[in-house]
Design a binder for this molecule. Structure first.
Ligand code: SAM
Length: 249
C-alpha cells in the first residue's frame, strides 16, 4: 500500500530491496521534522530509475536507512526547454527557479546582461531550491542550475538548433506568442530544442536588443502590453510555451 506522501531526491540507485543511506540533513528532515518512524513509507527519485516507494529501516539522528519496495512512477523527462534568466533580487530569483521547475524545464541558466545588477548568484543555493521544487511537484528529475554566464559568451557558443524565445517588452504586442506561427507548430509532437530568455529588472540594452532580435535562431515575443517584473515574465513565458509546445497540451 502506498501511504507515502513525502518525496525525497537521492543520488543513489533505486530498486527492489535496494538499500538507500540517508545523510544527516535528510535524516533530520525525515525523522526530526516530519517525525517518520521505522516502517514509514517515503517516495524516492534519483533522475534515472523513476520514483520508488521505500520503507524506513533505520531512523537515526545522524543518518538512516531506507529499503526500496516498489516503483510508483516510471522515469519521466522534462520538455527540451531551458530557461535563460538574468538574476534579479535574491527572493525573486529563488521564485523564478522554483516556478520554472514546477512548470517544467530541463535546465536553468543564469545570464548576466549589461543591466544585470544583482549580487553574486549562489548556484548551490539555487540548485537546492530546484531540488526542493522537484520533490514538491512530483517531477522524477531535478533540472540543472548552470553556472552564470555573460549573454555575449552564451550566444558565442550557442547551438543554433536550439531556438531562443526572446521575451521583449518593446516588441509589438501583435507578436504575442499565442500565434502558432511565432512558436512553431503546436501539433508537432516533438517541438525540438528551445530556450526562453528573460532580461533583468532594467531590461536589455539597445545593443543587446538589436542583437537578440537579429538572431536566426531567435523568436521575439511579446508578453502583452504591460511591463512585467522578471519573475512574472518568466512564469508568463513558460505558460505560453508549455500550452503551445510543451507537455501541457
Ligand atoms: N525594461 C523594462 C522597463 O522598462 O521597466 C523592465 C524589464 S522587465 C522588468 C524584465 C524582463 O521581463 C524583460 O527584459 C523581458 O525579458 C521580460 N518582460 C517584461 N514584460 C514583458 C512584456 N510585456 N513582453 C515581453 N517580455 C517582457
Amino acid at each position: 500500500m502506498n501511504d507515502a506522501k513525502i518525496r525525497l531526491h537521492v543520488d543513489q540507485p533505486l530498486g527492489p530491496g535496494q538499500t538507500v543511506n540517508l545523510d544527516r540533513d535528510q535524516a533530520h528532515y525525515l525523522f526530526g521534522v516530519m517525525r517518520l518512524v521505522e516502517g514509514a513509507g517515503v517516495l524516492l527519485f534519483n533522475g534515472r530509475d523513476g520514483e520508488w516507494l521505500a520503507r524506513v529501516q533505520d531512523a537515526g539522528k545522524r543518518g538512516g536507512v531506507l529499503i526500496g519496495e516498489a516503483q510508483t512512477k516510471p522515469q519521466g523527462a522534462p520538455p527540451n526547454l531551458w530557461l535563460l534568466f538574468a538574476p534579479v533580487k535574491k527572493a525573486r530569483t529563488d521564485f523564478i527557479v522554483e516556478k520554472a521547475v514546477e512548470m517544467g524545464v530541463a535546465r536553468l541558466v543564469p545570464v548576466t546582461t549589461e543591466f544585470t545588477n544583482s549580487e553574486r548568484v549562489r548556484v548551490d543555493r539555487l540548485q537546492a531550491h530546484a531540488r526542493e521544487a522537484a520533490e514538491q511537484c512530483g517531477a522524477t528529475w531535478v533540472p540543472e542550475v548552470a553556472e552564470p554566464i555573460r549573454l555575449d559568451r552564451l550566444l558565442a557558443g550557442w547551438d543554433s538548433a536550439r531556438t531562443i524565445m526572446y521575451c521583449d517588452e518593446a516588441a509589438p504586442s501583435g507578436m504575442a506568442a499565442l500565434r502558432a506561427a511565432d512558436l512553431g507548430n503546436s501539433a508537432d509532437p516533438a517541438p525540438g530544442a528551445w530556450a526562453i530568455l528573460i532580461g533583468p529588472e532594467g531590461g536589455f540594452s539597445n545593443s543587446e536588443r538589436t542583437r537578440l532580435r537579429g538572431l536566426d535562431y531567435g523568436c521575439t515575443v511579446s508578453l502583452g502590453p504591460r511591463i512585467l517584473r522578471a519573475d512574472t515574465a518568466a512564469v508568463a513565458a513558460l505558460t505560453l510555451w508549455q500550452v503551445q509546445l510543451g507537455d501541457w497540451r
